[in-house]
Design a protein around this ligand. Structure first.
Ligand SMILES: *Cc1c(COP(=O)(O)O)cnc(C)c1O
Length: 401
């Protein structure tokens, strides 16, 4: 297979369309789907050479597959990391990046405002295997300073976080972590690959749920780990032998998702700003958290760290008639365009009530720590006309005042 011969100095948007392309002898325009688990060898000698493992030959799709490799190379080139490993889901990526880099007795520091399953990995799973796991409020610089004042092996954080869009200061945390001897793993899903470039801040490992904006059309699960060659050497055996490999079909879908990623995220972000501005002006809404609004409490930090607000909005309703949950449910139940769903990053706008769904199992105190109340709604703005989305929200909200 021939790798495409892109000039070295093309811009990121061009890499999203052409990066990593390998053409077969048929010289197809669109990337081929190699739905194959294995590969054949012309001779016993060729098989022996392949297993000498210089990496140039595909031998088994749990290790590498041509379609998956195209996805990995395209994302790696766009993100500016030398290596990418695609995984079957975002959680497979987070699990491998955290547990695959640690061993019993190591020390892990994580910020508390995490996607639920990520919190489970750093609290329950890590501790079960004898890893000391310290979980802090990632928005407070002094908590990072204290937690990283002793030797540490890994830092895991998400910024902005799910669902209330807390922001962690990468410029502050990354050097502290490195001084403590730790590698930094960042879950960059909410920021998207378009709007936040963790490698600018020296982040060692970036993880994605490709299920979200990278697919962007709600079709398949996928994940990715981006890193340098040193981390790749540690992770490669872990991934090869534990097998969280991405399916070639999903890799193809996600490869096509990358081609339109910038267009979609930019359109969604423009629409989200309009919707957030509307929400902020509505009398039924107590508070709006959106990374693109001047009212975000960490606005200055956001300006330094992100190129825009992304498509996720968190808003808190006033307790109409004393009942914030009823206000939230009435708003959700009046929607006719925006769908009630716990997914995000889709071309369809999706609304979630975290307190009763994604964060249902947390105690009231745990929810409060994360900023989740009975009147909290998380909105993932899609690709519909923003005026239709505003009208859709207005239907329910107007009934509350
Ligand atoms: C969805 C998500 C994950 C998990 O990804 P899956 O593809 O669902 O396994 C991890 N982190 C964040 C921030 C997410 O939004």
């Amino acid at each position: 297979m021939a790798m495409s011969d892109l000039p070295d100095d093309v811009n990121p948007a061009t890499l999203l369309v052409h990066g990593g392309t390998r053409r077969s002898q048929f010289e197809e325009t669109s990337e081929a789907i190699f739905l194959t688990s294995g590969y054949v060898y012309g001779s016993a000698e060729a098989a022996e050479a392949a297993f000498a493992n210089d990496g140039s030959r595909f031998v088994y799709s749990r290790f590498r597959n041509p379609t998956v490799a195209m996805f990995e190379d395209r994302l790696a080139q766009y993100e500016g990391y030398p290596r990418c490993f695609a995984t079957a889901s975002g959680m497979a990526a987070v699990h491998a990046a955290v547990i695959g880099l640690l061993k019993a007795g190591d020390r892990l520091v994580a910020s508390r405002a995490l996607f639920g399953s990520c919190l489970y990995i750093v609290s329950d799973i890590a501790r079960r295997f004898g890893i000391e796991s310290v979980i802090i409020d990632g928005t407070k610089p002094e908590e990072w300073e204290k937690a990283l004042s002793v030797p540490t092996d890994l830092v895991f954080l998400e910024t902005p976080s799910n669902p209330c869009l807390d922001v962690v200061d990468l410029e502050h945390v990354v050097p502290l972590a490195h001084k403590a001897g730790a590698r930094v793993v960042v879950d960059n899903v909410f920021a998207t690959p378009v709007l936040q470039k963790p490698n600018r801040f020296g982040v060692d490992v970036v993880v994605y749920s490709a299920t979200k904006h990278i697919d962007g059309q709600g079709r398949c699960l996928g994940g990715a780990i981006l890193c340098d060659d040193t981390v790749a050497a540690l992770l490669a055996p872990y991934l090869r032998h534990t097998g969280p490999a991405m399916s070639p079909f999903n890799a193809w879908t996600l490869l096509k998702g990358l081609e339109t990623l910038e267009l979609r995220v930019k359109a969604q972000q423009a629409a989200a700003l309009k919707v957030a501005t509307f929400l902020e002006g509505h009398p039924a809404v107590a508070r709006v958290l959106y990374a693109g609004l001047d009212s975000h409490p960490q606005r200055a930090l956001l300006r330094r760290q992100m190129a825009g607000g992304s498509n996720l909005i968190c808003f808190h309703l006033k307790p109409a008639g004393g009942d914030a949950k009823a206000a939230a449910f009435a708003t959700l139940n009046a929607l006719r365009i925006i769908k009630i769903s716990n997914n995000l990053g889709d071309s369809k706008s999706l609304a979630t009530h975290p307190a009763t769904t994604t964060h249902q199992r947390l105690t009231v105190e745990e929810k409060e720590t994360l900023g989740i109340g009975p009147g909290t709604i998380r909105l993932s703005v899609g690709l519909e006309d923003p005026d239709d989305l505003i009208a859709d929200l207005k239907r329910g909200l107007d009934g509350l005042v």
